[in-house]
Design a protein around this ligand. Structure first.
Ligand code: HEC
Ligand code: HEC
Length: 213
C-alpha cells in the first residue's frame, strides 16, 4: 500500500513517547491523533456556512469534507493558506489558520459521517469502465485502485474519498490538476493522470462518481 509521508514529522514527534518497544506501531498511528476533535468543532463554525455543520455540503460548488482523510484535509488547508492551491472563495478562509487549527479542523471533519443525498441512477458505462479498469490504450491507472470501488477513499494512505462530490466539482478538480493549478505535495499523482484524460473522460468519470451512495 502506498503511504503518504507528509506527517512523518508528527510521527517522529510522537515516537519518543511510545517507547522503543513499540517503534513499529508509530507508523500506523492515524494522523488525526495530532488534532483535537473538540477544538476542531469549535473552530468549524465559520466553515459551516458553505460546507455544512458536519461537512456535508448542500451546494454543488462546495465540496463535502465529512469523513474525508484527515491527512488529505490538512494538506489541502495548508495549500490554500500558503497559496499552493488557489480558489477565490476558499483561499481567504484558510489565510488565518494556524498549523494546530488545521490539524484540529481536519480531525473534526474526518470524524464526521459523509452522507450522499442525491446519488444519480444514471450509471454511465464509459465512466464506470475507466473507474474500475483504467485506460488501457493510454495506461491510466484504475481510479478504484486508490479511491476505492465506491469512492470511499483510503484513510491510512491519504487517498481522498470522492463519493458525494458533485460532477461540477470533480470536473473542476480534474481540470485544475491538468492545468497544474493544484500544487500540494501529493498532487503529482493526479496531475499525471489528469493530463491523460480527455474532456469526455472527465465528464464520464464524474457522472460515474455521482452514482456512489
Ligand atoms: C464562503 C464559502 C466557504 C467557507 C466559509 C469555507 N469554504 Fe472550504 N471550500 C469552499 C470552496 C468553494 C471550495 C472548493 C475550492 C476549489 O474548488 O478549489 C472549498 C474547498 C475546501 C477544501 C478542499 C476539499 C477537497 O475535497 O479538496 C477543504 C479541506 C475546505 N474547503 C475546508 C474548509 C474549512 C476547514 C473551512 C472553515 C475554516 C472552510 N473550508 C470554509 C468554500 C468555503
Ligand atoms: C495512484 C493513486 C490514484 C489513482 C490511480 C487516482 N487517484 Fe485521484 N487522487 C489521488 C491522490 C493522492 C489525490 C490527492 C492529491 C492532492 O493532494 O491534491 C487524489 C485526488 C483526486 C481528486 C480531487 C478530490 C478532491 O476532493 O478535490 C479527484 C477528483 C480524483 N483524484 C479523481 C480521480 C480519478 C477520476 C481517477 C481515475 C481516472 C483517479 N483519481 C485516480 C490518488 C489517485
Amino acid at each position: 500500500m502506498m503511504k503518504l509521508s507528509r506527517f512523518s514529522g508528527v510521527q517522529a514527534a510522537v515516537r519518543p513517547l511510545i517507547g522503543a518497544c513499540c517503534l513499529a506501531l508509530s507508523a500506523v498511528i492515524p494522523v488525526h491523533a495530532a488534532g483535537n476533535i473538540e477544538a476542531g468543532k469549535a473552530a468549524s463554525a465559520t466553515c459551516a456556512a458553505c460546507h455544512g455543520a458536519t461537512g456535508n455540503s448542500a451546494a454543488p460548488m462546495f465540496p463535502s469534507i465529512a469523513g474525508q482523510s484527515a491527512s488529505y484535509l490538512a494538506e489541502q488547508l495548508h495549500a490554500f493558506r500558503d497559496g499552493n492551491r488557489v480558489n477565490p472563495i476558499m483561499s481567504p478562509q484558510a489565510k488565518a489558520l494556524t498549523d494546530q487549527q488545521i490539524l484540529d479542523l481536519a480531525a473534526y471533519f474526518s470524524a464526521q459521517t459523509r452522507t450522499v443525498a442525491n446519488a444519480s441512477t444514471d450509471d454511465s458505462i464509459p465512466g464506470a469502465h475507466l473507474w474500475k479498469f483504467g485506460g488501457h490504450s493510454n495506461s491510466i491507472a484504475a481510479c478504484a485502485a486508490c479511491h476505492g470501488p465506491q469512492g470511499q477513499g483510503n484513510q491510512p494512505a491519504g487517498f481522498p474519498a470522492l463519493r458525494g462530490l458533485t460532477p461540477q466539482y470533480v470536473i473542476e478538480s480534474l481540470m485544475a490538476y491538468r492545468n497544474d493549478q493544484r500544487k500540494t505535495e501529493h498532487a503529482s499523482i493526479m496531475v499525471s493522470i489528469a493530463k491523460k484524460l480527455s474532456d469526455d473522460d472527465m465528464k464520464d468519470v464524474a457522472q460515474h462518481i455521482a452514482t456512489f451512495r
